[in-house]
Design a protein around this ligand. Structure first.
Ligand code: FPP
Length: 250
């Protein structure tokens, strides 16, 4: 397993005031946005997908190098078959439509989540997009698809246990630096700021381990209405916060 030790780069100093380097977003409110317009929920998801480009493009000017977005959770399979299959088609369509632009814009795309339940065609498209953009470094866009924080920790623990069983890992050496190396996010720094749209103040199983010290913003805007201006305002507001990581201000 590749070590994340070098790539993982959490903010190092308590109280450092800066823009967020890694922003994670729970894109909520597509369904309500559509219902308010008397349209089916999938209409809202399509509108939501169109929003993603604007926010990705706003990252560099706001000093955001890493953007992680929650596109489909391990719990979302409980939705109607129409919605789930519509979303799966939307992800394929999104990759087909956006791959070239993302690649040309210097965006490196990664996917996190369990791919086992996704259909083969979609997984192949995800793999291809990751390969196609692997040389990019302007913005790192991570799309969480069939992702759940608890599921991720469980899968990571299973691999860690396999390494212990095979003698590759000494259990005495396991500490809080060890598990992140087995998480889907092992090459990413922890999120500094987590935004959730649509007025719900929940984290819904998103980046549970990684967000231990993140700042949170729960905003009323529904995801399809979320703009680059609002994104900028939230990143600027973050810069005024004091992060202490458990330390005391001196
Ligand atoms: C939650 O809103 C949103 C989702 C479950 C899907 C998120 C997907 C997108 C924004 C579009 C696709 C993204 C990519 C990357 C192509 P909700 O439906 O739960 O909203 P509600 O709470 O109003 O019902």
């Amino acid at each position: 397993m590749t070590s994340a030790a070098d790539a993982s780069n959490p903010p190092s100093e308590a109280g450092t005031v800066n823009g967020p380097r890694h922003v994670a977003i729970i894109m909520d409110g597509n369904g309500r946005w559509a219902q308010m317009r008397g349209r089916p929920r999938l209409f809202g998801h399509h509108a939501g997908a169109r929003r993603v480009r604007e926010i990705v493009e706003a990252c560099p000017e706001n000093g955001v190098k890493y953007l992680t977005i929650f596109a489909f959770s391990t719990e979302n399979w409980k939705r109607t078959q129409v919605e789930v299959s519509g979303l799966m088609k939307l992800f394929q369509r999104y990759i087909t439509k956006e791959a070239r632009a993302l690649s040309d814009d210097g965006v490196r795309v990664r996917f996190i989540g369990d791919r086992v339940r996704l259909n083969d065609k979609l997984v192949e498209m995800m793999d291809n997009l990751e390969t196609m953009t692997a040389h990019n470094d302007r913005v790192h866009l991570t799309i969480a698809l069939n992702y759940g924080g608890r599921d991720e920790v469980a899968r990571a623990t299973k691999r860690l246990a396999q390494d212990v069983a095979s003698g590759k890992l000494d259990p005495e050496t396991v500490d809080e630096e060890t598990l992140p190396k087995y998480l889907d996010t092992y090459v990413l720094p922890d999120p500094d700021l987590v935004i959730r749209t649509s007025g719900e103040a929940r984290i819904s199983n998103f980046l549970l381990w990684q967000s231990a010290y993140a700042e949170y913003e729960f905003i009323d805007t529904l995801w399809p209405d979320f703009t680059a201006d609002e994104f900028s305002a939230l990143t600027q507001k973050y810069g005024t916060r004091e992060r202490r990581f458990g330390a005391v201000k001196v």
